[in-house]
Design a protein around this ligand. Structure first.
Ligand SMILES: [Zn+2]
Length: 370
C-alpha cells in the first residue's frame, strides 16, 4: 500500500538556495519545452521532448547541472502528463485546457522519483547534489520503502511529500477492545462511548477565528495594492500553520481509535456537518471533517478495524441509551440528556453509546446487548 506523508522542511539558507534553484530549473525546463511544442509543427511526444531536451535545451543552460539531473527529467514527465490530459479531453470533446506556462512563485515544486536520488534518515532528508541533509519537522509516519519525494514551496515555506510503500501499519500488540462509538460534538471534538473525551484544541479554535478575521481583512483591501499583497502572504502563511495544527489533532484522534478498537462506529459526518455546520466549524472547520473521515478510513483499513457509519437517519442524539425511547424535543442547547426512565447523561456521551450499540445491533442482530 502506498501512503504519502507531507512534512515541513527546515532548510538552512544554503539549502533553501538549492531548493529554489531546483524549483527554478524545473519551471524553466518545463516552459522551454512548452514553448517549443506549442508551435504548430512540433508535435508533442515524450520521445521528441527528450531528444529536444538533450540536443537543444540542456547544452544552453549549464546551471541545470547545479541540481539533481532528475529535476529536469521530472519536468518532461510533468509536461507529458499535462499533454496527455489535454489530448484526452480533446478526444472526449470536453473543454480542453492546453498546458499552461509555469510562473515563478505559483505552485513551485519538483519531484525525485528514483530511490537513489534521495534518502530519508530519521528527521533528515538527503537530496542528490546537496551536500548537507535537510532537517524535517517530523519523522516519517510510516515504515517502509520510500518511493518518491515531491518538494514544494508555498507561502515561503518548504514541504516534502514523501511516498512510502508500506507493508503493514499495525500497532505493537496492543490488546484491542471490541468496539467504540464516537460522537463528534460542539464543545469537545469527540466524545467516545467509553467516556474518553478529545477536547477541541483551544489553540486551533482561536487560530480558526483569527483566520476568518484575516480573510475578512483581505477582502477589504483595494485590489492589487501593496497592502493587499502583504495581507495575502500573511494569510497564506497563517493558513498553513492552522492546517498543520488541524492535521496533528486529527491524527491523534484517528490513531487512538484505530489502535485501540476493532470496530469504530461513527455518524455520517457529511450530514452532521450540514446540521451543525456553524458550531462544528469552531472545533476543526468544515474541511476538517472530510479529512477526519478519510484518515479514520485509511487507518482502519491498515489496522484491520471495521468502520461502521451509522445511517444518516439514525437519531443518535435523541435516543435514550438506557431505554431506547426517543426525545424529539431535544435541542442543540440541551447539554444533558434526561429521560423519564431516570437516565441523566452528558448528551454527547449518550450519543456515543447509542452509536456503539448501533454497531453491535447491526453486525450481530441476534445478540442482546449488555
Ligand atoms: Zn430512557
Amino acid at each position: 500500500m502506498l501512503l504519502a506523508h507531507k512534512i515541513e522542511l527546515r532548510p538552512t539558507v544554503e539549502q533553501a538556495v538549492y531548493l529554489d534553484k531546483a524549483c527554478g530549473s524545473h519551471r524553466h525546463c518545463y516552459n522551454q519545452l512548452l514553448e517549443h511544442f506549442s508551435k504548430k509543427d512540433n508535435k508533442w511526444s515524450k520521445q521528441a521532448a527528450y531528444q529536444f531536451y538533450i540536443k537543444v535545451i540542456r547544452p544552453q543552460f549549464d546551471w541545470y547541472t547545479e541540481v539533481s539531473s532528475r529535476v529536469t527529467r521530472n519536468a518532461i514527465d510533468d509536461l507529458d502528463n499535462a499533454f496527455k490530459h489535454f489530448f484526452r479531453r480533446v478526444k472526449a470533446k470536453q473543454k480542453a485546457g492546453f498546458p499552461q506556462f509555469k510562473r515563478k512563485g505559483v505552485k513551485d515544486s519538483f519531484a525525485l522519483r528514483e530511490k537513489a536520488k534521495f534518502d530519508v534518515n530519521g528527521r533528515f532528508l538527503r537530496i542528490e547534489k546537496l551536500k548537507t541533509e535537510i532537517k524535517m519537522r517530523q519523522k516519517l509516519r510510516f515504515d517502509g520503502q520510500t518511493k518518491q519525494v515531491t518538494i514544494s514551496k508555498r507561502a515561503g515555506k518548504y514541504f516534502a511529500s514523501i511516498l512510502v510503500e508500506t507493508q503493514e501499519y499495525n500497532p505493537k500488540d496492543i490488546e484491542r477492545k471490541s468496539s467504540i462509538g464516537v460522537d463528534f460534538g460542539i464543545k469537545a471534538l469527540a466524545t467516545l462511548s467509553n467516556g474518553v473525551v478529545f477536547d477541541a484544541n483551544q489553540k486551533l479554535r482561536t487560530n480558526l477565528k483569527k483566520l476568518r478575521k484575516l480573510q475578512k481583512n483581505l477582502s477589504r483591501k483595494t485590489k492589487s495594492s501593496n497592502r493587499r499583497v502583504r495581507a495575502k502572504l500573511k494569510l497564506a502563511k497563517f493558513h498553513f500553520r492552522v492546517s498543520n495544527q488541524r492535521q496533528a489533532v486529527l491524527h491523534k484522534l484517528s490513531d487512538y481509535l484505530t489502535a485501540n478498537f476493532e470496530r469504530i462506529v461513527i455518524e455520517d459526518l457529511h450530514v452532521k456537518g450540514m446540521i451543525k455546520n456553524h458550531s462544528l466549524a469552531l472545533s476543526i472547520s468544515d474541511a476538517g471533517f472530510g479529512n477526519l473521515r478519510q484518515q479514520i478510513e485509511y487507518k482502519a483499513k491498515l489496522r484491520n478495524c471495521k468502520l461502521v457509519i451509522a445511517d444518516r437517519f439514525f437519531p443518535s442524539s435523541k435516543t435514550c441509551s438506557n431505554c431506547g425511547s426517543i426525545n424529539k424535543d431535544l435541542t442543540l442547547s440541551d447539554r444533558i440528556y434526561s429521560c423519564n426512565c431516570g437516565l441523566e447523561l452528558d448528551r454527547d456521551l449518550n450519543a456515543a453509546i447509542n452509536l456503539n450499540n448501533y454497531g453491535v445491533d447491526r453486525l450481530q442482530p441476534t445478540k442482546k446487548r449488555t
